[in-house]
Write a protein that binds this ligand. Structure first.
Ligand code: CMC
Length: 431
């Protein structure tokens, strides 16, 4: 059977080639549509538009499957670490021992920011949101590294260094952003600590005393990073690819990704979940009133941490993190009234026909916020943690764009619905 699609338009038939991905995902190739027919496609929110062919992450939203480079997220969550998974995502294969050592050594080598960057941190007002600081400082990094500023793909073999520098320094910038927002002195990274432990050290140690690194806390945060490491063509990753398509440098592309991630419908949802739980608690509601409001389109409320553009089944990351959430809260002996509200919300929504019919399940952000709160991470840092975790995915997508010899600058079209030809009226003649 022919796999060619046909489009009939104004009495003419146009063949459209089809493409099938390695997991059977099907697409019609419309690259020549406008040239051949004069028509473009219109796809609100890009729900039906494939923007690229990618080999990094596979998601089957109907079945609740997520795999990085073919490996199920469940296996990685159980057996891997964030850094090993980062290598897998960026380079395509699990690293050998020697490759992992070299990768980790680069993080240590590049973990310090240029000392003059400290003055930039000082100029942000106290209370500045750490996502604003994060994007600004990632972008500013290239101003302190002339080679990076002038680096172009293929010009020198520096990608490995810049990728490691970005993953390493985003953690230092994130911790500094938090400390700056609280008016606390900056804490330098330590060579002896691994990636996630080092981040906690820079966040919570004082100049007099090192933070006690409880293994369950380090493990839980490492898992959160790992679960966020990539998620194919979401809003922020598409932004990174869009910026990269203009040949902007890696750090500029990643800074744009941070901005896209910040919104409450994307990476800001974990913060929004806690804010929602606090509001419900303050109003003395057990969640029932909030659920009723979330179902009413005029209320302006949504059940944050529920629903997903792609998953129409349980978010596989949510299943893993829910289990981790129960374990870590038990180990830390945390009792939190917000947790009871969260449990009630979850149970009630999963039984409610509004949510069931629309296939709205809890997503990863519903539980990650609760874990991070129990680890003592302040709420405004939640999207920052998401951004640290997502860095390997953005880097891998950047690499994919750069390696594609046919890469064209991303430039969508539009349907213009504004005024037709209209002429300039001098100021004195305007009514
Ligand atoms: N609460 C109440 N109703 C909802 C929700 C929600 N959280 N999410 C979707 N709906 C309703 C929506 O009103 C619409 O109803 P109707 O068909 O009657 O008009 C229907 O479900 C479909 O929603 P949609 O807005 O077309 O779905 P979308 O694919 O455009 O949006 C979403 C996906 C994640 C932005 C949305 O579900 C949402 O706003 N969720 C809350 C924010 C959130 O948790 N975001 C984190 C996503 S996971 C992290 C990440 O990967 O970014």
């Amino acid at each position: 059977m022919s796999k060619e699609a046909k489009l009939e338009l104004e009495g003419k038939v146009y063949p459209l080639p089809t493409i099938e991905g390695s997991e059977g995902e099907k697409a019609m190739d419309i690259s020549s549509l406008r040239a051949n027919t004069g028509y473009i496609t219109l796809d609100d929110g890009y729900g039906n538009t494939g923007s690229c062919i990618s080999k990094i992450t596979f998601i089957d939203g109907e079945k609740g499957i997520l795999r990085y480079r073919g490996i199920p997220i469940e296996e990685l969550a159980e057996k891997s670490t964030f850094i090993e998974t980062a290598y897998l995502i960026i380079y395509g294969d699990l690293p050998t021992r020697a490759q992992l050592r070299k990768f980790s050594d680069l993080f240590t080598e590049y973990q310090f920011l240029h000392e003059d960057m400290k003055y930039h941190f000082e100029s942000f007002p106290m209370g500045a949101h750490p996502m604003a600081i994060l994007s600004a400082m990632i972008n500013a990094t290239s101003c302190f590294d002339e080679e990076l500023m002038n680096w172009r793909w293929g010009k020198s073999n520096q990608f490995d260094v810049y990728a490691a520098k970005l993953i390493s320094q985003v953690r230092t910038i994130a911790a500094y952003a938090y400390r700056k927002s609280r008016g606390l002195p900056l804490i330098y990274p330590k060579k002896a600590y691994k990636y996630t432990a080092n981040f906690l050290h820079m966040m919570f140690s004082t100049p007099y005393e090192d933070f006690e690194l409880k293994p369950e806390v380090v493990k839980a945060l490492d898992l959160i990073f790992l679960l966020h490491a990539d998620h194919e063509q979401n809003c922020s990753t598409s932004t990174v690819r869009m910026v990269a398509s203009s040949q902007a440098n890696l750090f500029a592309s990643a800074a744009a990704g941070v901005c896209a991630l910040w919104g409450p419908l994307h990476g800001g949802a974990n913060q929004a979940v806690i804010e929602m739980l606090v509001e419900i608690h303050r109003e003395g509601d057990d969640g029932s009133k909030f659920i009723a409001a979330a179902k009413d389109k005029n209320s302006g409320r949504r059940l944050m941490g529920f629903g997903h553009r792609v998953y129409k089944n349980y978010d596989p990351r949510a299943k893993i993190i829910k289990k981790a959430c129960d374990e870590v809260l038990a180990k830390l002996r945390v009792s939190d009234p917000l947790l009871d509200i969260a449990k009630h919300l979850e149970e009630a929504a999963l039984r409610d026909s509004y949510f069931v019919e629309r296939k709205l399940y809890p997503n990863v952000d519903f539980y990650s916020g609760i874990i991070m709160r129990s680890l003592g991470i302040p709420v405004e840092m939640f999207p920052v943690i998401f951004a640290i975790g997502r860095m390997p995915g953005w880097i891998a997508n950047y690499k994919e764009i750069m390696e594609d010899a046919k890469n064209r600058i991303a430039r969508p079209r539009q349907i213009y619905a504004g005024r037709t030809l209209n002429h300039y009226v001098p100021l004195e003649e305007r009514k």
